[in-house]
Design a protein around this ligand. Structure first.
Ligand code: CGF
Length: 834
């Protein structure tokens, strides 16, 4: 071994550890340097796109410096880290978030102003990082934000999709999907790591180790390289910077020079194309599992690279493998990363030479699993033949995991064959299927749901037998939360200033329990007026946004009634639009004087439908068809407007959510695991109209039932209603029947287009119970309207709600996970260097 010369690195260290000066002149210099040296701009060729890029790169310099410091420190002290494995991270924009975290917003505003740009316009140059479908991916982004802000050593792991969530266009009322080429322009918020690359095998065959019953050598020619990109996650008001490590399939090593030399140009690049496809696209399905082979390969590439990386970091510590769970906690965000379990087993047994029992003990002490849904269509299952072909070694490990598990259960409950077949990881269908939720459950030491009701439901349904077998303590609840940085401080500056005034400083951004102090201001007339003015300003901003995105002019003085989320039958946008139709009918019956007395309302929808989800797409079409008729009805004018905002995204949500008066979270009871937008709306002073479902329930408990409008049947009643409707024709009330009649009379265009939506209720068993909940839904709308007329009471509700929402900070969720699941501690790097 050649000896590395010892060098004095103290000077490098000093520079690396001392913060780049925060004064305006230094920032200006760094922006100008990036403009000229990174982007080759001359003063004449600077445009706002490059002003954004250069500013973002200069912010990134600071983040990366802190990134290094954070990781160097956590390595040095041997801190235990949590690894949050998620196939989705719905990050949105980073620039503004980073400026606020670093406390440099004013400085950058000045710098950009000095060179003729307005910070707000520059912020608008950034494209969303939309590497997620909806709640699950956004939750992951909030969680890594909270880890950084609360100084927990934690990383996210995910995939760097070349095409994120598709762009939604509305053409003739229909959703049309276009690719999201978000990496076409430089992405300042990632740092490529060619030095962090791992080979990932697929297919091939196994050679048994003659010395061990459990060890195999996996031989395969299909090997792809997964390369890391690090995405720094700014910590607000702390030096700590978190990280999301995203894997991308590297293609350059797959160029076949021999084929090229022999003239087979297509063949020469064939391997590259096959590899690249692996990390090209995010599957645009929320709450559905479509079982595509490419998706399985994506999942494995992700899991293998991640497990190899975690092991490489662990090996550097020199500690024995049995101590892996003392240094690493791995959280499975849904079942998508579950192949991490057999992959870690494979590494520990085949590469490290551990026995099965040693490996299993380490694995189950390391992993924990979050379930996000009980919808049957979302349950991930992989056909055994497919898994066996692509990952022969893993299929073998899964068989063994199942065998040992079933043997244990057989000992515990001798002779209960029914039980064995219910809990088997392998489902005995034709072909057999691997039930990923069961594999995740068996391979983890803790399993949690994402809201109290949901955690109870999973214990009574999919994991009922597992509770009996493994003990109830393994199954816990961790109610979701959202980041107050993005979902209050960043997206609602005026309301945030008022909270800061009430609290005395801005510390509530990292400690949401302080918003309680808003209650002291509840009688303060000037405060209340300014509170309402802030809401009004947000509504004007949204009215402007609606005008530019849809061409529809709405009055900011109307009640803003918002339902924005993925379009899904269980979320019941259809029930909402039926109620709009009914309202339209009522308005048409009224005299102009009567209409004058109505509360004017703008009903706002946004959300994407999975590209193959026909019903959801028809719902979008119906909403747009109703909008067209209502909005052009001069008799109706501003009393009712209907808007479908296209291309819902994190950035759109940041404009829409702060502007709501009421928001609708109206899933059939028991179907929405938690919801997180419900939290965001209330944290922005909006009121919920919702069912007794998901986190709505806990929000009601926290803020008081006077602050929330509940309606609809309860979760425990759902099965009885469904059973009844399987054998009996639904009986729509007069209001719902009116909506059906209007559609069927071609009021909103060709009735045939929408008949299947009505048929699903009238002939298809009304699975989502629209006919059951509609009467109480209409009553709840009336109650909302009455309450809104009493302006003073409404403002009180709005302030009280925010004041009592501390529980729904993702900081609280992360602290609970840290203490009860991961066993990790905050490790601030404040006194180390910077
Ligand atoms: O996860 C969801 C969301 N649609 O992504 N689930 N999944 N799968 C649930 O449906 C939401 O209720 C939940 O809030 C979210 C995050 O846990």
């Amino acid at each position: 071994q050649p000896k590395t010369p010892t060098r004095d690195d103290s000077e490098f260290r000093d520079y690396a550890h001392s913060e780049i000066s925060r004064d305006v002149a230094t920032i200006k210099y760094s922006v100008v340097m990036h403009l000229t040296a990174t982007f080759l701009r001359t003063p004449a060729s600077i445009d706002s796109a490059h002003a954004y890029l250069a500013s973002a790169f200069s912010v990134r310099d600071r983040l990366l410096q802190r990134w290094n410091l954070t990781n160097e420190y956590h390595d040095k002290i041997g801190a235990k880290r949590v690894y949050y494995m998620s196939l989705e991270f719905l990050i949105g924009r980073t620039f503004d978030n980073a400026l606020l975290a670093l406390g440099l917003r004013e400085e950058y505003s000045k710098v950009l102003g000095d060179v003729g740009f307005c910070l707000e316009d520059i912020i608008d140059e950034e494209r969303d990082a939309a590497l997620g479908n909806g709640g699950l991916g956004r939750l992951a982004a909030c969680y890594v934000d909270s880890m950084a802000c609360s100084n927990y050593p934690g990383w996210g792991y995910g995939l760097r999709y070349k095409y994120g969530m598709f762009q939604q266009q509305i053409l003739n009322g229909y959703q049309v999907e276009a690719p999201d080429c978000w990496l076409d322009t430089p992405n300042p918020w990632e740092f490529p790591r060619p030095d962090v690359t791992y080979p990932v095998k697929f297919y091939g065959h196994l050679v048994r180790d003659p010395h061990s019953a459990h060890r195999y050598k996996w031989e395969s020619d299909v090997v792809y390289d997964a390369m890391a990109f690090d995405v720094p996650v700014p910590g607000y008001g702390t030096t700590n910077v978190g990280n999301i490590r995203l894997w991308s399939c590297k293609t350059n090593t797959l160029f076949d020079l021999n084929k090229f030399n022999s003239g087979d140009y297509q063949g020469a690049t064939g391997g590259q194309v096959a590899a690249q496809i692996l990390t090209d696209v995010l599957y645009p399905n929320d709450n559905t599992n479509d079982g595509k082979e490419l998706r399985l390969r994506q999942e494995y590439l992700f899991c293998s690279a991640t497990m190899q990386d975690i092991m490489a970091r662990f090996r550097k510590t020199g500690r024995p493998l049995s101590e892996l769970p003392d240094l690493a906690a791995i959280q499975l965000n849904d079942t998508h990363p579950t192949l991490g379990v057999p992959e870690l087993m494979r590494i520990l047994i085949d590469d490290e030479g551990l026995s099965w029992d040693e490996a299993w003990d380490i694995t189950t002490r390391t992993f924990a699993f979050t379930n996000h849904t009980i919808l049957p269509e979302a349950m991930e299952k992989w056909p055994v033949p497919m898994l066996d072909k692509i990952l022969p070694r893993h299929m073998g490990i899964i068989y063994d995991i199942n065998l040992f598990f079933l043997q244990k259960v057989e000992k515990q409950f001798p002779g209960d064959r029914e039980l064995l077949s219910r809990i088997s990881i392998i489902e005995e269908t034709n072909p057999q299927q691997v039930r990923m939720a069961f594999l995740a459950c068996v391979g983890s030491h803790k399993v949690n749901g994402v809201a109290a009701i949901h955690s109870d439901i999973i214990k009574q349904t999919i994991f009922k037998d597992f509770v009996r077998i493994q003990g109830v303590d393994k199954f816990i609840n961790k109610t979701n939360g959202v980041s107050p940085r993005r979902w209050m401080n960043e997206c609602n500056p005026d309301m945030s200033d008022l909270i800061t005034e009430a609290v005395g400083d801005r510390s509530w951004v990292n400690d949401l329990t302080k918003v309680k102090q808003l209650e002291d201001r509840i009688e303060d007339v000037s405060f209340r007026e300014r509170w309402w003015a802030a809401k009004q300003k947000n509504k004007e901003r949204l009215a402007e946004y609606i005008l530019t995105t849809t061409g529809i002019k709405v009055s900011a003085h109307a009640l803003f009634d918002v339902q924005v989320k993925r379009i899904h039958e269980y979320k019941r946008q259809l029930m909402n639009i039926f109620s709009v139709i009914y309202r339209y009918h009522l308005l048409k019956q009224m005299s102009p004087e009567q209409r004058e007395r109505e509360v004017p309302r703008v009903v706002i929808f946004a959300g994407k439908a999975a590209s193959g989800y026909w019903v959801a797409k028809q719902v979008i079409k119906l909403i747009n068809s109703v909008a067209e008729v209502v909005n052009s009805d001069e008799e109706i004018g501003d009393v009712l407007k209907v808007v479908f905002i296209p291309d819902y995204s994190v950035t759109a949500a940041e404009v829409i959510i702060p502007a709501s008066d009421i928001s609708q979270h109206i899933s059939t009871a028991g179907t929405e695991a938690s919801g997180t937008s419900n939290m965001k709306f209330v944290l922005n002073g909006g009121i919920i109209l919702g069912t007794v479902d998901g986190a709505n329930i806990e929000i009601g408990e926290e803020i008081g039932e006077e602050q929330i409008f509940f309606f609809g049947c309860l979760a425990h009643e759902v099965e009885d209603f469904r059973h009844y409707l399987r054998f009996n024709q639904p009986k729509p009330d007069a209001a719902l029947q009116t909506a059906f009649d209007m559609i069927q009379r071609n009021t909103f265009g060709d009735a045939q287009l929408f008949q299947p939506l009505i048929d699903a209720i009238m002939r298809g068993g009304d699975v989502y119970l629209l006919s059951v909940d509609f009467p109480s839904y209409i009553e709840a709308h009336k109650a909302v309207e009455e309450a809104y007329r009493n302006h003073d009471e409404w403002v009180t509700k709005s302030i009280l709600s925010v004041a009592r929402m501390a529980k729904f900070s993702s900081d609280r969720s992360i602290q609970e996970y840290a203490e009860e699941v991961w066993n990790i501690e905050p490790q601030p790097v404040l006194n180390c260097g910077l």
